[in-house]
Write a protein that binds this ligand. Structure first.
Ligand SMILES: [Zn+2]
Length: 198
């Protein structure tokens, strides 16, 4: 299966929903006119590194991308999520946005494989082994292990540290990083891969 193409989308209606939401909270929201240039910046950055990132995710998990195309909606402000894949692009270093997108795409890879049940055994193991941890922590143990490998292999230690630092203050995510560092990303991934397809 070839790697999926990420199609970056600007939906005026969708962006407007987020604007409405933030403005109700009395918060600032960027003008829609700013989005096209931000979207192109991200598109360019993704063209450079995207395929290597997507390939490394497959190697890390033992899973394959199931879809040829993934739409990624780009909006002015929100907390990113994976389905429908939606992120915000702010001013500042575009690598940060690539790293946020990578996190959400790791979730996407898992979601795409849910349908065929490919990773059922692997996830059952995670939920059993870490049953005392909150659900969100359990979910993020494999996600962070994959991200650790992608960042470590392709971009180096500094970028990895910046990613970990960005989740400081979010206890469930911090805990998942703690477990990944304690047990080792590669060890967690090996245990995961062993159970794929079972
Ligand atoms: Zn996540």
């Amino acid at each position: 299966m070839p790697l999926p193409k990420i199609e970056f989308c600007d939906s005026w209606i969708y962006d407007d929903q987020w604007r409405y939401f933030y403005q109700k909270l009395g918060k600032e929201y960027p003008a829609h006119g700013k989005l096209p240039a931000r979207l192109r910046r991200l598109e360019k950055a993704w063209q450079k590194d995207g395929d290597r990132i997507l390939r490394e995710m497959e190697k890390a998990t033992g899973l394959r991308w199931q879809e040829k195309k993934i739409q990624c909606f780009v909006v002015g402000r929100m907390v990113p999520f994976s389905f429908p894949l939606t992120i915000m692009v702010e001013e500042g270093p575009i690598e940060r946005t690539v790293d946020i997108l990578t996190h959400e795409l790791i979730h996407q890879l898992f979601v795409q494989n849910d349908k065929g049940g490919e990773a059922y055994g692997a996830w059952a193991h995670i939920h059993r082994k870490y049953k005392k941890e909150p659900f969100n922590t359990r979910i993020h143990i494999p996600v962070h292990a994959v991200h650790h490998r992608v960042l470590g292999k392709l971009f180096g230690e500094k970028r990895l540290e910046r990613e970990m630092a960005s989740l400081k203050g979010f206890p469930e995510y911090e805990r998942a990083w703690e477990i990944v560092l304690e047990e080792g990303a590669e060890e967690i991934l090996a245990e995961f891969r062993e159970r794929v397809g079972k």
